[in-house]
Design a protein around this ligand. Structure first.
Ligand code: EPZ
Length: 423
Protein backbone atom coordinates (compact mmCIF):
# COMPACT_ATOMS: atom_id res chain seq x y z
CA UNK A 1 0.00 0.00 0.00
CA UNK A 2 1.42 3.41 -0.91
CA UNK A 3 2.12 5.91 1.80
CA UNK A 4 -0.29 8.43 0.32
CA UNK A 5 -3.65 9.05 1.88
CA UNK A 6 -6.20 6.87 0.07
CA UNK A 7 -9.47 8.79 -0.31
CA UNK A 8 -12.36 6.43 -0.71
CA UNK A 9 -15.37 4.89 0.90
CA UNK A 10 -16.60 1.59 2.22
CA UNK A 11 -19.89 0.02 1.15
CA UNK A 12 -21.16 -2.32 3.86
CA UNK A 13 -24.15 -4.65 3.72
CA UNK A 14 -24.94 -5.14 7.42
CA UNK A 15 -26.99 -7.67 9.33
CA UNK A 16 -24.69 -10.65 8.68
CA UNK A 17 -23.06 -12.70 11.43
CA UNK A 18 -19.28 -13.17 11.27
CA UNK A 19 -17.34 -16.34 11.90
CA UNK A 20 -13.82 -17.72 11.79
CA UNK A 21 -10.41 -16.76 13.11
CA UNK A 22 -8.62 -13.42 12.98
CA UNK A 23 -5.03 -12.44 13.70
CA UNK A 24 -4.63 -9.01 15.30
CA UNK A 25 -2.10 -6.67 13.60
CA UNK A 26 0.91 -5.11 15.30
CA UNK A 27 0.33 -2.01 17.40
CA UNK A 28 0.39 1.36 15.59
CA UNK A 29 1.07 3.21 18.85
CA UNK A 30 4.02 0.97 19.59
CA UNK A 31 5.48 1.11 16.07
CA UNK A 32 5.59 4.92 15.83
CA UNK A 33 7.77 5.67 18.90
CA UNK A 34 10.02 2.68 18.17
CA UNK A 35 10.67 3.92 14.61
CA UNK A 36 11.59 7.31 16.08
CA UNK A 37 13.86 5.67 18.70
CA UNK A 38 15.70 3.73 15.97
CA UNK A 39 17.41 7.02 15.10
CA UNK A 40 19.56 6.57 18.21
CA UNK A 41 20.99 3.24 17.04
CA UNK A 42 23.10 4.35 14.05
CA UNK A 43 22.67 1.07 12.19
CA UNK A 44 20.14 -1.45 10.90
CA UNK A 45 17.24 -2.36 13.18
CA UNK A 46 14.70 -5.02 12.21
CA UNK A 47 11.08 -4.62 13.37
CA UNK A 48 8.77 -7.63 13.12
CA UNK A 49 4.95 -7.54 13.16
CA UNK A 50 5.00 -3.98 11.81
CA UNK A 51 1.51 -3.04 10.55
CA UNK A 52 1.06 -1.54 7.05
CA UNK A 53 -0.59 1.79 7.91
CA UNK A 54 -0.42 5.32 6.52
CA UNK A 55 0.88 6.57 9.88
CA UNK A 56 3.72 4.02 9.71
CA UNK A 57 4.45 5.00 6.11
CA UNK A 58 4.51 8.66 7.22
CA UNK A 59 7.10 7.77 9.88
CA UNK A 60 9.23 5.89 7.35
CA UNK A 61 9.00 8.92 5.04
CA UNK A 62 10.32 11.13 7.85
CA UNK A 63 13.22 8.71 8.48
CA UNK A 64 14.04 8.67 4.75
CA UNK A 65 13.84 12.48 4.60
CA UNK A 66 16.37 12.66 7.45
CA UNK A 67 18.65 10.42 5.35
CA UNK A 68 17.98 6.94 6.71
CA UNK A 69 16.98 4.00 4.56
CA UNK A 70 13.84 2.07 5.35
CA UNK A 71 12.34 -0.89 3.52
CA UNK A 72 9.50 -3.28 4.14
CA UNK A 73 9.38 -7.03 3.52
CA UNK A 74 5.81 -8.05 4.36
CA UNK A 75 5.27 -7.21 8.02
CA UNK A 76 9.01 -6.79 8.62
CA UNK A 77 10.45 -3.26 8.44
CA UNK A 78 14.22 -2.77 8.24
CA UNK A 79 15.49 0.72 9.05
CA UNK A 80 19.14 1.74 8.68
CA UNK A 81 19.79 4.94 10.60
CA UNK A 82 23.56 4.90 10.07
CA UNK A 83 23.59 7.84 7.67
CA UNK A 84 21.68 11.05 8.31
CA UNK A 85 21.71 14.30 6.34
CA UNK A 86 19.00 16.54 7.76
CA UNK A 87 17.94 17.59 11.23
CA UNK A 88 14.55 19.06 10.48
CA UNK A 89 11.05 17.81 9.75
CA UNK A 90 9.18 20.05 7.29
CA UNK A 91 5.58 21.01 8.00
CA UNK A 92 4.29 18.94 5.08
CA UNK A 93 5.58 15.80 6.78
CA UNK A 94 4.52 16.96 10.26
CA UNK A 95 0.99 17.59 9.08
CA UNK A 96 0.67 14.15 7.52
CA UNK A 97 0.94 12.64 10.97
CA UNK A 98 0.00 14.58 14.08
CA UNK A 99 2.08 12.40 16.37
CA UNK A 100 5.34 13.24 14.57
CA UNK A 101 6.27 15.15 17.72
CA UNK A 102 7.43 11.71 18.92
CA UNK A 103 10.54 12.24 16.71
CA UNK A 104 11.71 15.20 18.80
CA UNK A 105 13.36 13.27 21.64
CA UNK A 106 15.28 11.01 19.26
CA UNK A 107 16.36 13.82 16.92
CA UNK A 108 17.60 16.17 19.65
CA UNK A 109 19.57 13.29 21.20
CA UNK A 110 21.16 12.53 17.82
CA UNK A 111 21.68 16.00 16.29
CA UNK A 112 21.97 18.55 19.16
CA UNK A 113 19.99 20.93 16.86
CA UNK A 114 16.49 20.19 15.53
CA UNK A 115 13.87 22.22 13.67
CA UNK A 116 10.33 21.00 13.23
CA UNK A 117 6.94 22.53 12.76
CA UNK A 118 4.28 21.32 15.10
CA UNK A 119 0.61 20.90 14.22
CA UNK A 120 -1.62 22.81 16.64
CA UNK A 121 -4.41 20.32 16.92
CA UNK A 122 -6.22 17.54 15.18
CA UNK A 123 -9.70 16.06 14.94
CA UNK A 124 -9.64 15.31 18.67
CA UNK A 125 -9.10 18.94 19.65
CA UNK A 126 -5.92 20.80 20.61
CA UNK A 127 -2.93 18.49 20.99
CA UNK A 128 -0.71 20.49 23.36
CA UNK A 129 2.95 19.51 23.69
CA UNK A 130 3.85 21.60 26.75
CA UNK A 131 4.76 18.49 28.78
CA UNK A 132 7.16 17.33 26.04
CA UNK A 133 8.86 20.71 25.77
CA UNK A 134 9.10 21.43 29.52
CA UNK A 135 10.69 18.04 30.13
CA UNK A 136 13.27 18.44 27.35
CA UNK A 137 14.10 21.94 28.66
CA UNK A 138 14.80 20.38 32.09
CA UNK A 139 17.18 17.99 30.28
CA UNK A 140 19.18 20.87 28.81
CA UNK A 141 17.41 21.56 25.52
CA UNK A 142 16.82 25.20 24.56
CA UNK A 143 13.54 25.42 22.66
CA UNK A 144 11.98 28.42 20.93
CA UNK A 145 8.42 28.18 19.65
CA UNK A 146 7.50 30.76 17.04
CA UNK A 147 4.99 30.72 14.17
CA UNK A 148 4.24 27.03 14.82
CA UNK A 149 7.93 26.16 14.42
CA UNK A 150 10.09 24.52 17.07
CA UNK A 151 13.78 25.41 17.08
CA UNK A 152 15.62 23.18 19.57
CA UNK A 153 19.30 23.13 20.44
CA UNK A 154 21.62 21.76 23.08
CA UNK A 155 24.19 24.39 24.05
CA UNK A 156 25.94 22.38 26.80
CA UNK A 157 24.84 18.76 26.97
CA UNK A 158 21.70 16.61 27.14
CA UNK A 159 21.54 15.51 30.76
CA UNK A 160 19.24 13.51 33.01
CA UNK A 161 16.60 15.20 35.19
CA UNK A 162 13.84 14.43 37.68
CA UNK A 163 10.64 15.00 35.72
CA UNK A 164 7.19 14.97 37.28
CA UNK A 165 4.47 14.84 34.63
CA UNK A 166 1.26 16.66 35.59
CA UNK A 167 -0.60 14.29 33.22
CA UNK A 168 0.58 10.72 32.50
CA UNK A 169 1.06 11.67 28.84
CA UNK A 170 1.94 8.73 26.57
CA UNK A 171 3.84 10.82 24.03
CA UNK A 172 5.69 12.87 26.63
CA UNK A 173 6.73 9.72 28.52
CA UNK A 174 8.03 8.24 25.25
CA UNK A 175 9.90 11.39 24.19
CA UNK A 176 11.59 11.65 27.60
CA UNK A 177 12.56 7.95 27.67
CA UNK A 178 14.08 8.20 24.20
CA UNK A 179 16.00 11.43 24.92
CA UNK A 180 17.16 10.09 28.30
CA UNK A 181 18.52 6.82 26.89
CA UNK A 182 21.82 8.43 25.83
CA UNK A 183 21.70 11.57 27.99
CA UNK A 184 24.38 12.11 30.64
CA UNK A 185 23.24 10.80 34.02
CA UNK A 186 19.94 9.51 35.31
CA UNK A 187 16.41 10.57 34.44
CA UNK A 188 13.47 9.80 36.69
CA UNK A 189 9.96 10.20 35.26
CA UNK A 190 7.23 10.47 37.90
CA UNK A 191 3.56 10.01 36.94
CA UNK A 192 4.72 8.32 33.74
CA UNK A 193 2.17 6.80 31.35
CA UNK A 194 1.78 3.05 31.93
CA UNK A 195 0.43 1.96 28.51
CA UNK A 196 1.75 -1.35 27.11
CA UNK A 197 3.25 0.66 24.23
CA UNK A 198 5.55 2.36 26.78
CA UNK A 199 6.78 -1.04 27.93
CA UNK A 200 7.25 -2.16 24.32
CA UNK A 201 9.35 0.94 23.57
CA UNK A 202 11.43 0.27 26.71
CA UNK A 203 11.94 -3.35 25.59
CA UNK A 204 13.25 -2.16 22.21
CA UNK A 205 15.52 0.48 23.80
CA UNK A 206 16.82 -2.09 26.30
CA UNK A 207 17.59 -4.46 23.41
CA UNK A 208 19.61 -1.58 21.95
CA UNK A 209 21.62 -1.29 25.18
CA UNK A 210 19.61 1.28 27.13
CA UNK A 211 19.30 1.01 30.90
CA UNK A 212 15.62 1.45 31.82
CA UNK A 213 13.69 0.26 34.86
CA UNK A 214 10.05 0.67 35.85
CA UNK A 215 8.56 0.94 32.35
CA UNK A 216 4.81 0.26 32.63
CA UNK A 217 4.79 1.67 36.17
CA UNK A 218 4.29 5.28 37.28
CA UNK A 219 7.98 5.87 37.97
CA UNK A 220 10.47 5.10 35.20
CA UNK A 221 14.23 5.40 35.72
CA UNK A 222 16.61 5.72 32.77
CA UNK A 223 20.38 5.63 33.27
CA UNK A 224 21.96 7.27 30.24
CA UNK A 225 24.52 5.22 28.30
CA UNK A 226 27.11 6.49 25.82
CA UNK A 227 25.71 4.83 22.71
CA UNK A 228 22.96 2.50 21.59
CA UNK A 229 23.37 -0.29 19.03
CA UNK A 230 20.74 -1.57 16.56
CA UNK A 231 18.44 -4.41 17.57
CA UNK A 232 15.60 -6.50 16.25
CA UNK A 233 12.21 -6.38 17.95
CA UNK A 234 8.71 -7.82 17.54
CA UNK A 235 5.96 -5.20 17.93
CA UNK A 236 3.17 -6.13 20.40
CA UNK A 237 -0.36 -6.75 19.07
CA UNK A 238 -2.66 -3.73 18.74
CA UNK A 239 -5.05 -3.79 21.70
CA UNK A 240 -7.32 -1.13 20.16
CA UNK A 241 -7.69 -3.06 16.90
CA UNK A 242 -8.53 -6.11 19.04
CA UNK A 243 -11.20 -4.10 20.90
CA UNK A 244 -12.57 -2.91 17.54
CA UNK A 245 -12.83 -6.45 16.14
CA UNK A 246 -14.48 -7.60 19.38
CA UNK A 247 -17.00 -4.78 18.93
CA UNK A 248 -17.71 -5.99 15.36
CA UNK A 249 -18.28 -9.53 16.65
CA UNK A 250 -20.50 -8.31 19.50
CA UNK A 251 -22.85 -6.19 17.36
CA UNK A 252 -23.30 -9.01 14.80
CA UNK A 253 -23.98 -11.75 17.38
CA UNK A 254 -20.89 -13.63 16.17
CA UNK A 255 -18.45 -16.21 17.50
CA UNK A 256 -14.87 -15.27 16.57
CA UNK A 257 -11.51 -16.76 17.49
CA UNK A 258 -8.64 -14.29 17.95
CA UNK A 259 -4.96 -15.04 17.48
CA UNK A 260 -2.01 -12.93 18.67
CA UNK A 261 -3.53 -10.93 21.48
CA UNK A 262 -2.14 -10.21 24.95
CA UNK A 263 -5.10 -10.57 27.38
CA UNK A 264 -3.39 -8.51 30.09
CA UNK A 265 -3.40 -5.51 27.69
CA UNK A 266 -7.20 -5.81 27.51
CA UNK A 267 -7.70 -5.77 31.30
CA UNK A 268 -10.21 -2.89 31.26
CA UNK A 269 -11.86 -3.91 27.98
CA UNK A 270 -12.76 -7.59 28.49
CA UNK A 271 -14.98 -6.86 31.56
CA UNK A 272 -17.07 -4.43 29.46
CA UNK A 273 -17.83 -7.12 26.87
CA UNK A 274 -18.55 -9.66 29.62
CA UNK A 275 -20.97 -7.15 31.17
CA UNK A 276 -22.70 -7.06 27.76
CA UNK A 277 -23.15 -10.83 27.99
CA UNK A 278 -20.25 -11.94 25.80
CA UNK A 279 -18.43 -15.15 26.73
CA UNK A 280 -14.65 -14.72 26.45
CA UNK A 281 -12.09 -17.46 27.01
CA UNK A 282 -8.39 -16.62 26.80
CA UNK A 283 -5.76 -19.33 26.31
CA UNK A 284 -2.17 -18.14 25.75
CA UNK A 285 -2.19 -15.55 22.94
CA UNK A 286 -5.54 -16.83 21.70
CA UNK A 287 -9.07 -15.86 22.66
CA UNK A 288 -12.50 -17.27 21.83
CA UNK A 289 -15.23 -14.62 21.76
CA UNK A 290 -18.93 -15.60 21.82
CA UNK A 291 -21.63 -12.93 21.54
CA UNK A 292 -25.18 -13.27 22.86
CA UNK A 293 -28.13 -12.75 20.54
CA UNK A 294 -29.04 -9.54 22.40
CA UNK A 295 -26.37 -7.49 24.15
CA UNK A 296 -26.96 -6.01 27.60
CA UNK A 297 -25.83 -2.37 27.92
CA UNK A 298 -22.48 -1.86 29.70
CA UNK A 299 -24.04 0.94 31.87
CA UNK A 300 -20.95 3.19 32.40
CA UNK A 301 -17.70 3.65 30.43
CA UNK A 302 -15.20 6.28 31.66
CA UNK A 303 -11.99 6.74 29.66
CA UNK A 304 -8.86 6.92 31.81
CA UNK A 305 -5.09 6.57 31.46
CA UNK A 306 -3.91 2.95 31.34
CA UNK A 307 -4.77 0.61 33.00
CA UNK A 308 -8.16 2.38 32.88
CA UNK A 309 -10.51 2.10 29.90
CA UNK A 310 -8.64 3.43 26.82
CA UNK A 311 -9.99 6.53 25.10
CA UNK A 312 -9.17 4.96 21.72
CA UNK A 313 -11.73 2.21 22.36
CA UNK A 314 -14.52 4.65 23.31
CA UNK A 315 -15.83 5.11 19.76
CA UNK A 316 -15.99 1.41 18.79
CA UNK A 317 -17.64 0.55 22.14
CA UNK A 318 -20.23 3.28 21.54
CA UNK A 319 -21.40 1.30 18.51
CA UNK A 320 -21.80 -1.71 20.82
CA UNK A 321 -23.80 0.38 23.31
CA UNK A 322 -25.91 1.72 20.42
CA UNK A 323 -27.47 -1.72 19.86
CA UNK A 324 -27.35 -3.05 23.44
CA UNK A 325 -30.44 -3.39 25.63
CA UNK A 326 -30.51 -0.42 28.01
CA UNK A 327 -28.70 2.86 28.71
CA UNK A 328 -24.93 3.43 28.63
CA UNK A 329 -23.21 6.55 29.96
CA UNK A 330 -19.82 7.43 28.45
CA UNK A 331 -17.46 9.93 30.08
CA UNK A 332 -14.58 10.97 27.80
CA UNK A 333 -11.91 12.25 30.18
CA UNK A 334 -8.90 12.25 27.86
CA UNK A 335 -9.71 14.49 24.89
CA UNK A 336 -11.89 17.53 24.49
CA UNK A 337 -13.74 16.56 21.37
CA UNK A 338 -13.80 12.87 20.83
CA UNK A 339 -17.50 12.49 19.97
CA UNK A 340 -17.21 13.31 16.25
CA UNK A 341 -18.72 9.92 15.46
CA UNK A 342 -21.93 10.56 17.47
CA UNK A 343 -23.77 12.57 14.81
CA UNK A 344 -22.96 9.93 12.20
CA UNK A 345 -24.04 7.07 14.49
CA UNK A 346 -27.35 8.91 14.95
CA UNK A 347 -27.77 8.94 11.15
CA UNK A 348 -27.58 5.14 11.41
CA UNK A 349 -30.43 5.24 13.91
CA UNK A 350 -28.50 5.36 17.19
CA UNK A 351 -30.09 7.26 20.10
CA UNK A 352 -27.23 9.28 21.65
CA UNK A 353 -27.18 12.57 23.54
CA UNK A 354 -23.94 14.45 24.24
CA UNK A 355 -23.47 16.98 27.04
CA UNK A 356 -19.82 18.10 27.23
CA UNK A 357 -17.68 15.09 28.12
CA UNK A 358 -20.74 12.90 28.74
CA UNK A 359 -22.60 10.90 26.11
CA UNK A 360 -25.77 8.95 26.98
CA UNK A 361 -26.62 6.07 24.64
CA UNK A 362 -30.05 4.41 24.63
CA UNK A 363 -29.63 1.09 22.90
CA UNK A 364 -31.81 0.62 19.81
CA UNK A 365 -33.17 -2.74 18.77
CA UNK A 366 -31.66 -2.22 15.37
CA UNK A 367 -29.67 0.34 13.37
CA UNK A 368 -30.65 1.24 9.83
CA UNK A 369 -28.29 1.73 6.91
CA UNK A 370 -27.26 5.25 5.87
CA UNK A 371 -24.50 7.26 4.18
CA UNK A 372 -22.09 8.50 6.86
CA UNK A 373 -18.74 10.29 6.96
CA UNK A 374 -15.80 9.59 9.26
CA UNK A 375 -13.99 12.52 10.89
CA UNK A 376 -11.20 10.73 12.79
CA UNK A 377 -9.45 7.40 13.09
CA UNK A 378 -11.42 5.66 15.85
CA UNK A 379 -14.66 7.33 14.82
CA UNK A 380 -14.22 5.74 11.38
CA UNK A 381 -13.81 2.36 13.07
CA UNK A 382 -17.00 2.88 15.10
CA UNK A 383 -18.96 3.65 11.90
CA UNK A 384 -17.75 0.42 10.29
CA UNK A 385 -18.80 -1.53 13.40
CA UNK A 386 -22.23 0.12 13.42
CA UNK A 387 -22.73 -0.45 9.67
CA UNK A 388 -21.99 -4.16 10.13
CA UNK A 389 -25.00 -4.39 12.45
CA UNK A 390 -27.31 -2.02 10.52
CA UNK A 391 -29.83 -3.69 8.23
CA UNK A 392 -29.26 -2.72 4.60
CA UNK A 393 -26.36 -1.17 2.66
CA UNK A 394 -24.43 1.68 4.27
CA UNK A 395 -21.72 3.88 2.78
CA UNK A 396 -18.87 5.20 4.91
CA UNK A 397 -16.84 8.08 3.48
CA UNK A 398 -13.51 9.31 4.84
CA UNK A 399 -11.88 5.91 5.18
CA UNK A 400 -8.48 7.57 4.77
CA UNK A 401 -8.80 8.19 8.50
CA UNK A 402 -9.32 4.47 9.08
CA UNK A 403 -6.25 3.50 7.06
CA UNK A 404 -4.05 5.44 9.49
CA UNK A 405 -4.54 2.73 12.10
CA UNK A 406 -6.27 -0.35 10.64
CA UNK A 407 -4.38 -2.58 8.21
CA UNK A 408 -6.54 -3.83 5.31
CA UNK A 409 -9.60 -3.60 7.55
CA UNK A 410 -12.10 -4.46 4.79
CA UNK A 411 -10.11 -7.59 3.91
CA UNK A 412 -9.93 -8.65 7.56
CA UNK A 413 -13.71 -8.25 7.94
CA UNK A 414 -14.49 -9.90 4.56
CA UNK A 415 -12.43 -12.91 5.63
CA UNK A 416 -14.78 -13.20 8.62
CA UNK A 417 -17.81 -13.18 6.31
CA UNK A 418 -18.70 -9.47 6.32
CA UNK A 419 -20.08 -7.96 3.10
CA UNK A 420 -17.77 -4.92 2.80
CA UNK A 421 -16.16 -3.34 -0.26
CA UNK A 422 -13.74 -0.44 -0.67
CA UNK A 423 -14.57 1.93 -3.59
C1 EPZ B 1 -1.33 8.76 22.49
O1 EPZ B 1 -1.51 10.09 22.08
C2 EPZ B 1 -1.93 7.92 21.39
N1 EPZ B 1 -1.22 8.17 20.12
C3 EPZ B 1 -3.41 8.27 21.22
O2 EPZ B 1 -3.94 7.39 20.23
C4 EPZ B 1 -4.12 8.01 22.53
O3 EPZ B 1 -5.47 8.40 22.40
C5 EPZ B 1 -3.44 8.82 23.64
O4 EPZ B 1 -2.04 8.50 23.70
C6 EPZ B 1 -4.05 8.56 25.01
O5 EPZ B 1 -3.93 7.21 25.31
C7 EPZ B 1 -0.04 7.54 19.92
O6 EPZ B 1 0.45 6.81 20.76
C8 EPZ B 1 0.63 7.81 18.60
P1 EPZ B 1 -1.32 11.92 25.60
P2 EPZ B 1 -0.74 11.27 22.90
O7 EPZ B 1 -0.10 12.78 25.51
O8 EPZ B 1 0.57 10.80 23.36
C9 EPZ B 1 -2.83 16.10 27.20
C10 EPZ B 1 -5.09 6.80 18.31
O9 EPZ B 1 -6.31 6.83 18.10
N2 EPZ B 1 -1.46 16.58 26.96
O10 EPZ B 1 -1.30 10.74 26.51
O11 EPZ B 1 -0.81 12.50 22.08
C11 EPZ B 1 -3.55 15.79 25.89
O12 EPZ B 1 -4.14 16.95 25.34
C12 EPZ B 1 -4.43 7.96 19.00
O13 EPZ B 1 -4.33 5.84 18.02
C13 EPZ B 1 -1.11 17.86 27.39
O14 EPZ B 1 -1.93 18.59 27.94
O15 EPZ B 1 -1.72 11.43 24.14
C14 EPZ B 1 -4.59 14.77 26.32
O16 EPZ B 1 -5.72 15.47 26.84
C15 EPZ B 1 -5.36 9.13 19.21
N3 EPZ B 1 0.16 18.31 27.17
C16 EPZ B 1 -3.90 14.03 27.48
O17 EPZ B 1 -2.77 14.83 27.87
C17 EPZ B 1 1.11 17.52 26.55
O18 EPZ B 1 2.27 17.98 26.40
C18 EPZ B 1 -3.37 12.65 27.07
O19 EPZ B 1 -2.57 12.85 25.92
C19 EPZ B 1 0.73 16.23 26.12
C20 EPZ B 1 -0.56 15.79 26.34
Amino acid sequence: MKGCMVVGKFVVEGGRTLQGEVRVQGSKNSTLPILAASLLCRGESVLYNCPQLTDVEASLTILRYIGCTARREGDVVIVDTGCVERNDIPSALMHRMRSSIIFLGAMIARFDRVKMSFPGGCELGPRPIDLHLNALREMGVEISEEHGELDCCITDRLHGANIALTIPSVGATENIMIAAATAEGTTIISNAAREPEITDLADYLTACGAKISGAGESTVIIDGVARLHPASHAIIPDRIVAATLMSAAAVTGSDIRFKSIIPSHLGSILPVFRECGCDIQCVGDGMSFHSPYRLRSPKLIRTMPYPGFPTDAQAPLMSVAAVADGLTVFVENMFESRYGHVSELCRLGADIRVEGRVAVVAGARRLLSARVRARDLRGAASLVVAALSARGVSEIEGIEYLERGYEDFELVLSALGAEIKKL
